[in-house]
Write a new protein. Structure first.
Length: 313
């Protein structure tokens, strides 16, 4: 049985961010807690339907004022909003949201980015004047070509070791990277999930079922259809931009610490040497850890570890 928690602060509002209407939800157990802003993975994946899952697994609201930010064009947004998404625009939007949170709380913000959201967080935090205390970078995209090559090798190995006839057909249909259109990108996600690289112990069917149920509860049936449409629009726009992404060759210059967290079972980030990152990206105090028994969504697989990193940031 699922219980609904009551928070001293639980409010939703719509912000005008660079000509776009974007929703945020703020939750905390008591007033005065330091702000933590969650930047969702993507491209195009909404966040507000996952609030209950974050609260159940991570319980950040006991320590922080948690700001759940629905990025431009995500969720139940007009298609025109999704058509205006780009990596540069996402960085600009994030900086504007950070300014709003800081003006409201009078405190610098702890950025909690996931996958592409972690990449966007690193780029935004590197901009002068951005009010960031530190960045928790969960499974960030750092070098698309290296990540794609590692995933391609992982999938071929898994199929060769007994993935079955269906998996072999899926891999053949997928073809080699890069993936600049939604359909092959999503096909790869199916394989990665079923091979245990995304969320521990869950098949793609189970992940999709959980997501759709939560989306219908949050956005309604029509809103869920819009959210899925927007996801495809945003992926068509952003995936080509991600191909040349390489933060290791040209690392962003941050004046705040970064705390990198990776899952040991995550094929998407297996190409990155954890021990090398503190010297390349982040100010003094930067850390990096690879967590056992965790996939790409390490914050859901090992919430206690990730919560501890956030509380110590």
């Amino acid at each position: 049985m699922t219980t609904t928690r009551t928070f001293a602060i639980d409010e939703s509002t719509t912000l005008d961010i660079n000509g776009s209407r974007q929703r945020v939800r703020l939750c905390a157990t008591r007033p005065g807690l330091p702000p933590l802003l969650i930047v969702q993975h993507g491209p195009g994946v909404p966040l507000l339907h996952e609030v209950a899952k974050f609260q159940r697994r991570l319980q950040f609201e006991n320590t922080f004022l948690v700001v759940y930010w629905e990025q431009r064009g995500c969720g139940n947004a007009p298609a025109g909003e999704a058509e205006r998404v780009s990596l540069t625009q996402q960085v600009d939007d994030l900086r504007a949201v950070l300014q709003w949170v800081t003006a409201r709380t009078l405190q610098p913000v702890l950025l909690f980015g996931i996958s592409l959201g972690a990449t966007i967080s690193l780029l935004a935090a590197a901009c002068p004047g951005t009010p960031v205390k530190a960045v928790i970078a969960n499974s960030p995209d750092l070098d698309t070509r290296a990540g794609d090559a590692a995933v391609d090798a992982f999938l071929r190995e898994q199929v060769a070791r007994g993935g079955g006839r269906r998996a072999r057909r899926r891999l053949t249909k997928l073809g080699p990277p890069p993936y600049v259109q939604p359909q092959p990108f999503q096909r790869r996600a199916v394989l990665l999930t079923d091979f245990g690289s995304i969320e521990r112990g869950k098949t793609f069917f189970a992940v999709m079922r959980e997501m759709l149920v939560a989306m219908v509860r949050t956005y309604g049936v029509i809103g869920t259809a819009r959210a899925l449409r927007n996801m495809n629009i945003i992926q068509r726009r952003v995936l080509p931009e991600m191909v040349p992404l390489d933060l290791l060759t040209e690392p962003p210059q941050l004046a705040v610490p970064v705390h990198f967290v990776f899952g040991a079972d995550d094929a998407l980030t297996s190409a990155f040497k954890t021990s090398d990152l503190p010297a390349r990206i982040g100010a003094r105090g930067t850390t990096a850890v690879r967590v056992s028994d965790a996939g790409h969504l390490v914050h859901f697989d090992q919430p206690d570890v990730v919560r501890s990193v956030a509380q110590g940031a």
